[in-house]
Design a protein around this ligand. Structure first.
Ligand SMILES: [Zn+2]
Length: 273
């Protein structure tokens, strides 16, 4: 008996659809790695976002879009600070290729230029805010700013980021070098920022990014004592799961002139089994 060609075609199409669905489910599935497996989580750190600019600390919206497109095309899945914390402390599950986007310094251009790109590409991000610099009325110019016309966000913009599904972390209070500050100042910088974020956002921040990435053993210890669960550096490459010091978590600095494909390709593959 001759099987109709349309019937065979239908079977083949069905098999392909089932296979594609299984492949997609596998990529999206969350899992716990076996012991001793090498799993890395790229946590990218960016600063200013300005059209037409490309310096060490300024990226254009187009380059940011390139980075997120590359991550999506290579099936990276964004994770939250809670999910990262659970993975690091309690073997919480992760997607096969977890990643995180973070921004330091709370520049106004992040709200203007980065938020639309993040939303279009479906990426939440973490914004580390030097809370004492979010003044009312706004300061004319943020002192640590790089590039033209650096202005800080104000609370309405920060609240809008939160409402859009973004996370807010602490970048201490006045963006000083914590490694060089006296212990009392460090304590105040960490506690005041935490207090204000808790008051404004209804929940104390889980994580701190050290201003300028500068820290010391004492600063890391003070960060833990202040109640933060995680402390981030400004460089160091992809974050390895199983890292011992949760107050020295490396991030991947993204210069404005980055080749997004190259930086994403540089991330080593995870070994789940
Ligand atoms: Zn900073």
């Amino acid at each position: 008996m001759k099987t109709p060609r349309t019937f065979i075609l239908a079977i083949v199409m069905l098999a392909l659809a089932v296979g594609a669905a299984a492949f997609w489910r596998n990529l999206r599935a969350w899992r716990v790695p076996g012991p001793g497996r090498r799993i890395v989580i790229p946590v990218f750190v960016l600063h200013r976002v300005l059209p037409g600019e490309a310096t060490e600390y300024i990226i254009s919206p187009e380059r940011l879009d390139d980075l997120l497109r590359e991550l999506n095309e290579r099936h990276f899945i964004p994770i939250s600070l809670d999910q990262l914390n659970a993975a690091l402390r309690e073997h919480g599950p992760l997607p096969k290729k977890p990643a995180m986007i973070t921004f330091d310094d709370a520049y106004l251009d992040m709200y203007v230029h980065a938020l639309p790109v993040l939303q279009r590409r479906g990426w939440p991000a973490v914004f580390f805010v030097p809370t004492g610099r979010i003044t009312e009325p706004p300061a004319e110019r943020v002192e640590w700013g790089d590039g033209p016309d650096p202005k800080a966000m104000q609370w309405p913009e920060i609240m809008a980021l939160k409402k859009a599904g973004m996370e807010i972390g602490s970048h201490a209070w006045t963006h000083i070098n914590l490694a060089k500050a006296d212990p009392e100042t460090v304590k105040t910088e960490l506690a005041e920022s935490r207090r204000m974020l808790a008051e404004k956002l209804g929940r104390a921040p889980l994580a701190l990014a050290y201003p300028g990435g500068r820290h010391s053993r004492e600063v890391r210890q003070a960060t833990a004592e202040a109640g933060y669960q995680l402390g981030f550096l400004s460089s160091g490459g992809p974050l390895p799961l199983g890292i011992e010091d949760l107050y020295a978590l490396p991030r991947m600095h993204v210069p404005g002139y980055v080749d997004a494909g190259a930086i994403v390709r540089s991330i080593p593959a995870n070994e789940w089994r």
